[in-house]
Each structure stands twice: as C-alpha cells, then as structure tokens.
Write a protein that binds this ligand. Structure first.
Ligand SMILES: [Zn+2]
Ligand SMILES: [Zn+2]
Length: 432
C-alpha cells in the first residue's frame, strides 16, 4: 500500500524542514521525501495537498474518554472519531475512568478498544495512586508494560508531598513522566470559578490562582530533588508560568501544556452563567491570559492539550454551582490555535507543529511519532490555514456536546488525518 502526499508544504521541526516536498508512504511508514518534480512510483495512491500544510500527526496529551464506566458520555471509539475530526492522530486518556486506570488490565483494555475502533492511536495515562485516592502507589511498572506512557491523578492531585515524592522516584525508575493537575484543594474547596473581581460580582465561590501556583512550586522542587520528569497539566496562571520559566532556566526536568480554552477565554465569559464555561482549572482573568500567550510565544509552554472532558447534557444543565467541570475540545483546538495564535501573529506554523506534535511526542516519549523523518510512523495531519468553517456541535463525533464554542466561525483547520499511512478522516470540502 503506497500513498503519495503530493504538492504540499512539509513542516517537520525535527528535521528543520519547512518547504514544498512530496512525501511517499509505504506500509504505514514514511519511506521518502521527494522533490516536487521528482517522479514517484506509479502505483501509489495520490493525495493532492496543493496549498496545504503537511505536518506530523497531532498528539493530544490530555483527554478524558470515559471508557470504561461512563460510556453514555464518550467511548474510546467516539472520542477517537472526534480526535481524527480535529486533526489528532493520537490521544492520551487520563485514568479517571470507572474503575480508575490504576492497573495493567484496564490499560490493556483501553488499548484493545482503540485497536478495535481502528481510528486514532490511544496511549493511556495510568494513575499515580490506587483509585487515585492519594494514598498507595499504583503498579506503574505493570501499567507501563501494558502500554501506559505517563502517570497522573489528574482531577484528584496527590495532596501529600511525601507520597508525591515517592511517586516521582518510582516513576523515574520506570522512565514515566509524572503529570500533575496543580491544585491545592485546601484553597479551592467549594470553588466553581476563578477567584477575582468577577466571582465577587457574580456571587460565585472562587478558586484562587494561588492554589495552582503552590502546587507548581511543590512539583518543581520535587522534580529537582528526585530528577523525575514532571509535566504540568493545563497550566493557567501567571504565577505557575513564572515558576516553570525559572525552573527551565535552572534545567529542571519540567514541561507544561495549555488548553485552547485557557488561551482564548477569560472569566468574563462566566457572566452568562453558561455551565460550558465551568472547568478546572477555571477560566482566568485577562492578566493570566496575557501571561499564557507570552509563554506560548517564548517557549515556556511546551504543548497544547485539550483536556477534552465530555459530560452529558443533563449534568451540564444543572445550576452553575452543581454542574460538573469540563468541556469537550478535540474538534475546536486547531481552529482556536489558528485564530488566537497563528493568525494573531503570536506564533508561526513551525511553532504550531511543535506545540501540537513534536513536543507532545517528546514529553511522553512516543517513539516514531511527532516526526515525518524517513522511517517514522506515517501519522500525518494536513492543515489548511485559510479554510473557513463553522463549528457545529450538532455535528460533533463526540457523544457529548458541552462546548462554549458552538457556531463559532474559524479560519484555519485540519482538513485530513492520516494514521499509520491510512487516510482516516477528510473534512468535507465546502470552501468559501
Ligand atoms: Zn485536570
Ligand atoms: Zn483533565
């Protein structure tokens, strides 16, 4: 099976590549880069990428796929279909399933469900502690052997510094990155939005930025002490960003990701009490958003991850205080990044590819991904920076519809997704 991606603009930061090239794929691998006048095998299927960007497959380090246990919200198959529609060839589901992914059997089950679906690649994140209850370490080695690529207790971050220290030492032995949702719960208990002027005005209980900053400090110090690879999930505060920036200057092994909603929205959008503006960490104020944009630009932020968190409409229909945290995000991430980052002149396309592909692959150690160099796995995301489209959640591939971005117009999209050399998604072409 041969596929020639012809006439495209090939961007691969791992090879310093940023110009027109044809790419030949055979049996799921990249086998050659060719000049655009060079002849290619005649029996190859041709994908015409004229006017399009050809990039290594996008990898989402942070999703919630709800299987096993909450298949009414999402399944591994539906989540993977949404991933492909959004341009992601690989997704890394967090362990807060029911039961929690704290053992090899569940890790293996998730991978098998993904293989059965035959859509995107799934690289599970295992729990740090058993049932993510913060007390006893999970069997990281067994989960790694079963295919887990990192460990995290995401929404229930390990509160005890002693246990987190041991977790980092243990994870380091298995060369697994530790992903932390930085939130000191003693400061956020009962909170539903960012603590500040707007939470006061709305009379909603706030979650202070301080809660994120404190845990980020703890994690940086523990990372330095243990030498573990520590990755901060969905960074959202000016303080935490400054802490990561300083840690990187000291060569501490720390990386971080940001979500598209944190670089596009602020707590002002909570004013309508739409529960699709309720997430954890919460949407922050303008000064935090400015700090995030600066950190995306200067390289302090390594990756964009969606924190795709499907919830059933009935749950999100509750009043603001009672609704669950989180929004879906797989299908809007690339559009939002084009809008707020690329077309706004904050980053260029090479940096976009680093944030969505090259760096995520490095952070979780996904060999043969995040690159299109000859010999690598042929996971490819094809982008059209000028594609005008409207996101309609009624047409989402996800089983849930909790998004604040319904009916938003975008310029720039992923228009085709190739996994292991197979074209698994093409956006219907209705260019305007
Ligand atoms: Zn989280
Ligand atoms: Zn999450």
């Amino acid at each position: 099976m041969k596929l020639l991606i012809a006439n495209g603009h090939l961007i691969d930061p791992t090879e310093g590549q940023n110009s027109g090239k044809n790419m030949l794929i055979e049996n799921g691998r990249v086998v050659a880069w060719l000049g655009q006048n060079e002849s290619a095998p005649e029996d190859a299927e041709v994908f015409d990428a004229t006017g399009l960007i050809v990039a290594p497959g996008f990898i989402d380090l942070h999703v919630h796929l709800r299987e096993p246990g909450e298949e009414h919200k999402e399944t591994i198959a539906s989540g993977c279909a949404a991933a492909l529609a959004g341009g992601f060839t690989s997704v890394c589901p967090m362990p807060n399933t029911m039961p929690v992914n704290d053992n090899a059997a569940i890790t293996r089950y998730m991978i098998e469900q993904a293989e059965r679906a035959g859509l995107a690649n799934v690289f599970p994140v295992g729990a740090i502690t058993k049932s993510s209850d913060g007390s006893e370490l999970a069997e990281m080695g067994e989960m790694k052997a079963a295919g887990a690529v990192a460990v995290s207790d995401d929404g229930r971050p390990v509160p005890n510094a002693g246990i987190m220290r041991r977790a980092m030492e243990y994870a380091k032995d298995f060369d697994l990155p530790v992903v932390d949702h930085c939130e000191n719960k003693s400061l956020t208990s009962g909170g539903v939005m960012h603590e500040g002027r707007i939470s006061l005005l709305l009379g909603l209980k706030g979650m202070p930025a301080l809660a994120e900053d404190l845990d980020a400090v703890r994690d940086v110090i523990l990372a330095k002490e243990t030498g573990a690879r520590v990755h901060i999930a969905h960074i959202s505060t000016k303080g935490a960003i400054e802490i990561v920036r300083r840690a990187k200057n000291e060569n501490i092994n720390i990386t971080c990701e940001v979500t598209p909603h944190h670089f596009t929205l602020t707590d002002k959008t909570v004013e309508g009490y739409d529960t699709n503006t309720k997430m954890s960490p919460p949407l922050r104020s303008e000064e935090h958003l400015e700090a995030i944009l600066e950190a995306i630009k200067d390289g302090t932020i390594d990756a964009i991850a969606t924190d795709h968190a499907p919830h059933h409409a009935d749950e999100k229909a509750l009043e603001y205080d009672r609704a669950p945290f989180g929004i879906i995000g797989l299908e809007t991430a690339v559009g939002l990044a084009f809008e707020r980052l690329v077309h706004a002149g904050i980053i260029d396309l090479v940096r976009l590819v680093e944030l969505f592909s090259t760096n995520p692959a490095k952070i979780f150690g996904l060999k043969g991904r995040g690159t299109l160099k000859v010999g690598s796995i042929a996971d490819v995301t094809i982008l059209d920076p000028d594609f005008n489209w409207t996101y309609k959640v009624s047409e989402t591939k996800s089983k849930s519809k909790n998004t604040p971005f319904d009916k938003r117009n975008f310029t720039g999209a992923s228009v085709a997704t190739i996994v292991g050399g197979r074209i698994v998604y093409r956006k219907s072409v209705e260019r305007s």
